[in-house]
Ligand binder design. Structure first.
Ligand code: PEP
Length: 255
């Protein structure tokens, strides 16, 4: 059985002091046995080093929210994979819908970052998902298929099983409108089928596919225990220790 992975995407929230407060709160509220559930915190760049220091000796891992696909150079405002690693990151979120929507990131561009992250020893959490308009046009399958193919282009089976995919319907992100467990499962099953076509069944069965989009304490368990849902990428609800720890608990305790 695949392990569950819960990641918190803090987005552009929490300064240095607030980072300390949230991590202190999490350390207190997540005092239960995680039973193999992985928990990843993805604060803004300015808090990564502090967060990595604060989680030493805890089960939490740290991830960046983005990176560039070059090692160094004249790329003002960008962050290299080695820089993330040097402050203690093991993960990096790539291709989040906000990066696609506000910063023009394409599947081709995201694919470069995915390959670079893997080559650098970071585990990418790669986001895909359709807009509301696309869902209403009944083209979710085509959109998600094209995105998965695009972001995984030239990624070997050996590397594919290391990464995490996050299915995040854009209409569910930050809107309070969650996909139903069945809607989530349908797309996750579709992605798993596509991974089987691309890499074979053994690899496809190993890939972690998270769901993201208004996951909260009260809907987490129903989403997380769908057969092809292996965890959650959480935005708003990860900014408070009690709500994030309740989601983690839902991943640990089967109803
Ligand atoms: C996200 O930003 O990845 C996300 C899923 O946000 P929210 O949980 O707030 O919908």
């Amino acid at each position: 059985m695949r392990a569950k992975v819960i990641a918190g995407n803090w987005k552009m929230n929490k300064d240095f002091r607030q980072t300390e407060e949230l991590i202190d709160g999490l350390k207190k509220s997540v005092s239960f046995d995680l039973q193999g559930v992985s928990v990843i915190l993805c604060p803004p760049f300015t808090s990564l080093e502090l967060a990595a220091r604060l989680v030493k000796g805890t089960p939490f891992a740290i991830g960046g929210q983005n990176m560039y696909f070059k090692d160094e150079g004249a790329f003002t405002g960008e962050i290299a994979p080695a820089m993330l690693k040097s402050v203690g990151c093991r993960y990096v979120i790539l291709g989040h819908s906000e990066r696609r929507q506000f910063f023009g990131e394409t599947d081709e561009f995201i694919n470069k970052k995915v390959k670079k992250a893997l080559a650098s020893g970071l585990i990418p959490i790669v986001c895909v998902g359709e807009t509301l308009q696309q869902r209403e046009q009944n083209i979710t399958e085509q959109i998600v298929t094209a995105q998965v193919r695009g972001v995984l282009s030239d990624v070997s089976a050996q590397n594919a099983e290391k990464l995490i995919l996050a299915y995040e319907p854009v209409w569910a992100i930050g809107t309070g409108r969650t996909a139903t467990p069945q809607q989530a499962e349908d797309v996750h099953a579709l992605i798993r089928k596509l991974l089987t076509e691309l890499y074979g069944g053994t690899t496809a069965e190993r890939v972690i596919i998270q769901y993201g989009g208004s996951v909260k304490a009260d809907n987490a368990a129903d989403l997380l225990w769908q057969p092809n849902v292996d965890g959650a990428l959480v935005g708003g609800a990860c900014l408070k220790a009690d709500s994030f720890s309740a989601i983690i608990r839902a991943a640990v305790a089967r109803k």
